[in-house]
Design a binder for this molecule. Structure first.
Ligand SMILES: [Zn+2]
Ligand SMILES: [Zn+2]
Length: 349
């Protein structure tokens, strides 16, 4: 590869355009933030799957969520690993472990392979099933020449505790509140995090109540065959004493809403990777913070990047500068794309 590599080489299979990340030989965008003709979507979170595109391509597993979030779209789906050809470009989707249906996009053209990660989940230095997100297919690293990676938690301070420890902490908090006759209200992003909590906690402690926004997505997960414990809406609870030992899962937007008043005396908490940082719980003014993320931690990011075998890495949304510096110091040809993806799916304030 020549010195023009860092610039806009003609062979680049993904470039940044005002509408979003674009594949020039294939004529399609990946998770575009402005309306386009052809959009390949990594996952159903609002900053990656936006309304207004003429055609959508996403994974088969993402289909119920795509329709729940974007009713009426023209959606084509692919099974993980299935390949379609578009203008001489081979496109396939591979599990990213982030939320149900989340996919890395593999693009091959004239022997060159690029992978765009979207958001992905991988925790720790070694791949172990105990740390897989149990509500979706685990991430599969895909060999490529160039890898476009997210960097939401791309700083060395972000290292997730084993997930069963976090779920045990949530259980202990909930059980303690139930003994004291108080409801436990856990704020968790409605798509992905809420279902991961449901799959991880000990559902025998008490009744599980979900906010309506969480219920819609939880139904889509169940429709896709993901086993989750029974939940009910608060309007389906006839015995008010149940509210004093329930766990309520609500989106962060419900934090100061009148909807919460019906639970009376309560303890509240936040489930987010940002809770690992000192002061985050206090800034959110909740009683407890649980550091539970659906994004890769620092060792997970580095492990996945290494497993792709890519020599070139382009960093997007998160701590781009820090990751580009680290990668450059460790022999990678590293750069960044400016994107309009956010980190709302991990509930920053
Ligand atoms: Zn996401
Ligand atoms: Zn993202």
């Amino acid at each position: 590869m020549g010195p023009c590599y860092r610039g806009l080489a003609m062979s680049d299979l993904v470039v940044a355009r005002p509408e979003g990340l674009y594949c020039p030989p294939g004529g399609f965008f990946i998770d575009p933030w402005r309306p386009v003709d052809r959009a390949v979507i990594t996952h159903a979170h609002a900053d990656h799957a936006r309304p207004g595109h003429a055609h959508y391509l996403a994974s088969r597993a993402a289909e119920p969520l795509m329709h729940a979030r974007l009713p009426g779209i023209r959606l084509q789906t692919l099974e993980y690993g299935e390949t379609i050809h578009h203008d001489g470009v081979a496109v396939s989707l591979h599990p990213a472990g982030h939320v149900l249906g989340s996919a890395q996009i593999r693009i091959e053209h004239r022997g060159e392979v690029w992978v765009v990660s979207g958001d992905y989940f991988a925790a720790g230095e070694a791949d172990g099933a105990k740390e897989h997100n149990r509500t979706c297919a685990p991430l599969e690293p895909v060999r490529c020449h160039s890898f476009v990676t997210e960097s939401t938690f791309g700083l060395p301070i972000y290292r997730w505790a084993p997930q069963d420890e976090v779920f045990a902490e949530i259980d202990a908090w909930w059980a303690g509140n139930a003994r004291n006759g108080r409801a436990s209200v856990l704020f968790a992003y409605a798509l992905g995090k809420a279902q991961r909590v449901l799959a991880g906690i000990a559902s025998s402690i008490g009744p599980l109540i979900v906010h309506g926004a969480v219920d819609t997505i939880t139904r889509a997960y169940r429709d896709a065959g993901i086993a989750l414990p029974a939940t009910r809406l608060v309007t389906e609870v006839d015995d008010p004493s149940l509210l004093r030992r329930c766990l309520v899962i609500a989106p962060p937007s419900a934090q100061r809403s009148p909807w919460l008043r019906r639970f009376g005396d309560l303890s509240d908490a936040f489930a987010s990777g940002w809770m690992q940082v000192r002061g985050a719980r206090r800034r959110r003014s909740v009683d407890r913070g649980f550091a539970l993320s659906d994004h890769a931690d620092w060792p997970g990011l580095l492990r996945v990047i290494a497993a792709t075998g890519a020599s070139r890495v382009i960093v997007t949304h998160g701590f781009e500068a820090a990751m580009v510096r680290w990668l450059g110091e460790h022999g990678y040809d590293a750069g960044a794309f400016a994107t309009e993806y956010g980190d709302l799916d991990d509930d920053t304030a």
